[in-house]
Design a protein around this ligand. Structure first.
Ligand code: ADP
Length: 291
């Protein structure tokens, strides 16, 4: 289990990117959901020992991550937002090279590792093609293969689905879910669906604070009977926002659809809706905005 305990990160210049963040992450696929600038990358980089927090503690199993970053690195796989690849080098050759750098000196062991990872990430058929020429989805799957060299116990993947088309995203998320059967996987994303589909546990981060944490279906169930929808004219949106707690507004077929959070029916033009994770997300974000 990974325990993040009261972690605060204040950057030079005074930006508080993480404000007393505490979360416990169990084995499985954990989704860290939040908008741009919420602090996701900062938290991912801090857990990955790439930066030291201003305050707080992080433990992974028996490892004190801040005091002993070297030990964490031995069991860590990390896929940053952008990773460089060499042009004209095949996926096989590059993964083999990375395995050498990770210390797998024995050629037979290395071949076995590289082959297993290429098959697991569904890249076996394109193993002789250059990674630089891969599609976005293939490239991200290659990134996972690379991060899994050396059998890490903790895999951190920072915003991996940005820019992937729906099919590639699904394939990629399924790969992460598969990996998470044996490894603690933390996925950061700003896409609600990434978390809704496969994550067994999640947290919503907003302005450097954890706004909600729990099992996606349980968080959604908490809103049951409290979300109401109405179609209004765009010109009525400001009035609706001052009269109700509008958590979501969206243009649908020329009308504005709003979702309102309320314990009882807010008015004759409203009807109940079955809440989903998007309602949970926007309810969490609007409550932190009000603070
Ligand atoms: P996210 O990954 O959720 O988009 P980040 O962790 O990248 O969020 O950023 C959180 C906040 O910290 C933002 O306000 C961002 O501008 C700021 N920030 C990130 N990195 C640095 C840095 N190296 N120096 C100063 N401010 C930073």
């Amino acid at each position: 289990m990974l325990v993040v305990d009261g972690v605060t990160q204040i950057y030079r210049g005074g930006v508080t990117a993480l404000n007393n963040v505490s979360i416990e992450i169990k084995p499985g696929l954990f989704g860290l959901l939040g908008p741009n600038g919420a602090g996701k990358s900062t938290l991912m980089r801090t857990i990955a020992t790439l930066q030291t927090p201003s305050k707080g503690a992080i433990r992974f199993g028996g490892i004190d991550v801040i005091k002993d970053p070297e030990r964490l690195r031995q069991v860590l796989g990390y896929l940053p937002q952008d990773f460089g690849v060499y042009p004209r080098v095949s996926a096989y050759a590059m993964l083999d090279h990375m395995a050498v750098l990770k210390g797998i000196a024995n050629a037979r062991e290395r071949r076995q590792t590289v082959e297993t990872l290429l098959r697991q990430t569904n890249l076996w058929n394109v193993r002789n093609k250059s990674v630089a020429g891969f599609s976005g989805g293939m490239r991200q799957r290659y990134g996972i293969a690379q991060a899994l060299i050396g059998k890490p116990q903790l895999l951190i993947v920072d915003e991996p689905t940005a820019g992937l088309d729906p099919e590639e995203r699904n394939r990629f998320l399924n790969l992460l879910a598969d990996v998470s059967q044996t490894v603690v996987v933390i996925l950061s994303t700003h896409i609600v669906d990434d978390v809704a589909q496969l994550c067994s546990d999640m947290a919503i981060i907003s302005k450097g604070k954890i706004a909600r944490q729990g099992i996606p279906s349980a968080l959604t169930a908490e809103l049951k009977g409290k979300v109401w929808r109405s179609f209004i004219d765009k010109s009525e949106l400001d009035a609706a926002k001052s009269n109700h707690r509008v958590i979501l507004s969206r243009l649908v077929g020329g009308r504005t659809l709003i979702h309102v959070l309320a314990d009882t029916n807010p008015g004759p033009d409203f009807e109940p809706v079955t809440p989903d994770l998007e309602d949970v997300y926007f309810a969490a974000l609007t409550s932190t905005q009000a603070n």
